[in-house]
Design a protein around this ligand. Structure first.
Ligand SMILES: *[C@@H]1O[C@H](CO)[C@@H](O)[C@H](O)[C@H]1NC(C)=O
Ligand SMILES: *[C@@H]1O[C@H](CO)[C@@H](O)[C@H](O)[C@H]1NC(C)=O
Length: 473
């Protein structure tokens, strides 16, 4: 096998491996029903724009012979779509069926016959029992966005009735069936192209969807579809990549999305399942960006704390510090030394992080002299919930262990530090995080979309956010 072939094969294998989605989106029947309401309103508007061009021609009507006619200024005066159904076709897409629709039309007529007789008036045409059926396939395009394609469209008018005003009534009978057929055809032929137009509009909007969404100054999230939508009797399931990347620098993490399944869910319109992969790709990105670091100075320690960040306080545990760096402030630099790992369990999100804490004495000229480096292993669990359109929660400390990495001030017992750090974490840090978490974070929304009845469940392997949406009209 040539090296080129090998590479292609490798690329193929890695593509297949990466094909599991990181995020799953499920649109339930409730979403389809809401989509139908919006779709029908749009279609109604569109149908009202139907323009029927003037018609003119010559028709042989016995016994008077050739009649020149024209139909002008035809306008739709009323239009209704009282019955419509949008149903899912497993494996394919969506089927729209509209029945008992009606269109009322008003126009003017004019005839000329026996070469010198003119007659004119107006007419009202009612088309009723209009049925429209259209099947759509929902697929993903080459950019990972959804697209909708019409598979078959049919429009049929069951009956038409026409009423003439003005002119000689004996003409009406001769003429009505002709007008009826001509206009019925003209209207029927416009409905499917109009639907195709609406589908085009929708695809244009889908094409402008952001696949890469900026999260903050460090990260963006890639939400391209990685599989074709799967359509069952009761839902449309989308598989999105759901991967965090450093902005402008797309490096793959050393792990892949695994398969995960979502429980049967029906109460909300939309369910978004976020995998551990997605959460961990965020950990990978923020760690790479150096965003998971914190400089702790004395000003950040609460006033009432008896422990201060200075060499005097540290000297109690390590006399060498007080001796070599008398009366100086101490600064701590905490940073993750590898990416944190996040795991989901029923009602419990656990973050396990390994980090280092370097303590510095701050010289009067500003120079930082390193004192020691501690290696810390910790695990924090969070219970998350959504109230209103806000994500909130609370955390508890599960585990915290400290070991001495390097000392620049001779050997010392780490144990005493561990206890102080745990006290500090429990007394200041965790409550502070909890206060912030309780205030909540607003959930992102798309454009003018409002989120309603939003809820969150943490399950084994994934976190599921359920929500209804509304587009204010
Ligand atoms: C959450 O899960 C972690 C890891 O499995 C466990 O150590 C912790 O006790 C759990 N917390 C709760 C509140 O269940
Ligand atoms: C700052 O002060 C320390 C201690 O007095 C000294 O060792 C260091 O060289 C000084 N640094 C600068 C840049 O002046």
């Amino acid at each position: 096998m040539s090296p080129c072939c090998c590479l292609a094969l490798l690329a193929l294998v890695s593509l297949t491996l990466a094909a599991n989605p990181g995020v799953k989106v499920i649109l339930t029947e409730k979403a389809i029903e809401y989509g139908k309401q919006i779709g029908m309103a749009t279609l109604l508007k569109k149908l009202k724009t139907i323009h029927i061009p003037d018609m003119a021609g010559t028709q042989d009507l016995s016994p008077i012979g050739s009649v020149k006619y024209s139909l002008t200024e035809m306008n739709i005066v009323n239009l209704g779509l009282p019955q419509s159904d949008l149903t899912l076709v497993p494996g394919t897409g969506i089927r729209l069926s509209i029945t008992n629709a009606f269109i009322n039309l008003h126009g003017n007529w004019r005839v000329q016959y026996l070469s010198f007789i003119h007659d004119s008036g107006s007419f009202d045409l009612e088309l009723s029992g209009l049925t429209i059926t259209d099947s759509f396939a929902i697929q993903n395009d080459e950019t990972g966005r959804p697209t909708v394609r019409s598979l078959s469209c049919e429009a049929n008018v069951a009956s038409a009735s026409i009423e003439f005003h003005g002119g000689a009534s004996w003409l009406y009978n001769l003429f009505s069936s002709f007008i009826d057929t001509a206009l019925r055809g003209a209207l029927q032929n416009q409905i499917c192209p109009l639907l195709a137009d609406s589908i085009n509009d929708m695809n244009q909007q889908l094409k402008s969807l952001n696949i890469l969404t900026k999260v903050d100054n460090y990260a963006e999230i890639d939400n391209a579809m990685v599989t074709s939508p799967s359509i069952s009797k009761s839902s449309i399931d989308l598989g999105l990549k759901g991967e965090f990347y450093n902005i402008g620098k797309h490096q793959e993490p050393p792990f892949y999305p695994g398969p995960f399944s979502m429980p049967p869910l029906v109460n909300n319109m939309i369910y978004i399942g976020v995998s551990e992969f997605t959460a961990n790709s965020a950990g990978f990105v923020y760690n790479n960006a150096g965003a998971l670091s914190l400089r702790v100075t004395d000003e950040m320690i609460p006033q009432q704390s008896p422990i201060r960040l200075n060499t005097k306080a540290f000297g109690v545990f390590i006399p060498e510090i007080a001796k070599r760096f008398p009366d100086l402030m101490v600064e701590l630099l905490v940073k993750t030394d590898k990416m944190p790992t996040i795991s989901f369990q029923a009602d419990n999100v656990t973050v396990q992080a390994s980090s280092t804490m370097t303590a510095y004495a701050v010289q009067t000229n500003g120079t930082l002299s390193p004192l020691f480096i501690l290696n810390m292993e910790g695990s924090v669990s969070a219970r998350l919930k959504v109230t209103g359109a806000k994500l909130s929660g609370s955390t508890t400390l599960n585990k915290f262990e400290v070991a001495l990495g390097t000392s620049y001030v001779g050997p010392f017992q780490v144990q005493s530090f561990e206890n102080i750090l745990i006290i500090a974490l429990k007394a200041f840090v965790i409550p502070k995080i909890n206060t912030r978490l309780e205030m909540g974070f607003p959930l992102p929304a798309i454009g003018k979309m409002e989120l309603l009845n939003t809820n969150l469940q943490v399950l084994k392997d994934c976190m599921v956010i359920g929500t209804d949406v509304r587009f204010p009209s």
